[in-house]
Design a protein around this ligand. Sequence first.
Ligand SMILES: NC(=O)c1ccc[n+]([C@@H]2O[C@H](COP(=O)([O-])OP(=O)(O)OC[C@H]3O[C@@H](n4cnc5c(N)ncnc54)[C@H](OP(=O)(O)O)[C@@H]3O)[C@@H](O)[C@H]2O)c1
Length: 248
Amino acid sequence: MPSGPLNITALHGALRWTAAHHASYEFLFTVHAGKWGTMRVLVIGANGKTGRIIVDRLREGAHDPVAMVRSEAQIQRFADRGVDTVLADLEEPLDPALEGCDAVIFAAGSGSSTGPDKTLSVDRDGAVRSIAAVEEVGIQRYIMLSAMRADPESEGDPISHYLRAKGIADEHLIRSDLDWTIVRPGRLTDEPGTGRVRVAPRIETSGSVTRSDTAAVLVAALDHPSASRRRFDLLEGDIPIATALDGL
Ligand SMILES: NC(=O)c1ccc[n+]([C@@H]2O[C@H](COP(=O)([O-])OP(=O)(O)OC[C@H]3O[C@@H](n4cnc5c(N)ncnc54)[C@H](OP(=O)(O)O)[C@@H]3O)[C@@H](O)[C@H]2O)c1
C-alpha cells in the first residue's frame, strides 16, 4: 500500500480509467461518481470562441470549469460569472495551472492571424506540453479539440502545416497513458447550436458544425463511457449528441 496523503485527484482519475476500461468496474465508478462526480475541468483556450462556450456549458452542467487564460485583462470576464481562472501560457510550463483539476479540455489554437511558427509552438508543441504535464500531475481525463483531416503526414492540403501540427499532437495523446477523447470537427461556425450532430471515426465529406454543438460534444464526452479512447470526426447532423456518442 502506498503511504502518504491520499491524492483525491489521482484516485478519481484511476477510478474513471478503470471504469472506462473494465466494464465489470463500471458500478464502482457509478457509485463513486454519484458521490464525488463533480470534476474541476481546466479549459485551455477558455477565452476563445469555442472555449467560452465550453466554460458556459460546464457551468450549467455537473462539472466546475477552471478557465485558463493568458492575460490579467481576461480574468474579469470569468470572475463576473463566478468562474475560477488561472493564468498560464502553452508556451511555458503548465504544471501550476493543473493543480486541483480532475480533467482537461484543450480548446486553444494559434489562429489564422499568427504565423506558421505559432502553429508549431502552440498547436503542436503547446498541446504536447500540456499532455505531458497532465500525465505528470496524475490527471487521467483529457479531451482534445482537434480538426477533421488532422494528420501528422498531411501533404497537398492548403492547411497541411496546421493539419500536421494537430495530427502530431493527437498521435502524442493516443500514445499516452491518459483516458483521452479526440474530437475532430469540420469548419466551425457561430450559428446557434442544434444539439444534434453527426459523428464517425472518419467522415469523408467536408462540412461544418457550430462552435456551440462542438462545445456540447466536448463537455458530453467528459463522462460518456463510449467516448473514452475514441477519436472521431464531427459535423452538423440530426442525431442527439448523447445518442451519437452512444454509437461510437
Ligand atoms: N476555426 C475552425 O474552423 C476550426 C475547425 C476545426 C478545429 N478548430 C480548432 O478549434 C479550436 C478552437 O477554435 P476557435 O476558433 O474557437 O479558437 P479561437 O477563438 O481562435 O481561440 C483560441 C484560444 O486559444 C488561446 N491561445 C492561443 N495561444 C495560446 C497560448 N500560447 N497559450 C494559451 N492559450 C492560447 C487564445 O488566447 P487569447 O484569447 O489570449 O488570444 C484563444 O483564447 C482550435 O484548436 C482550432 O485549431 C478550428
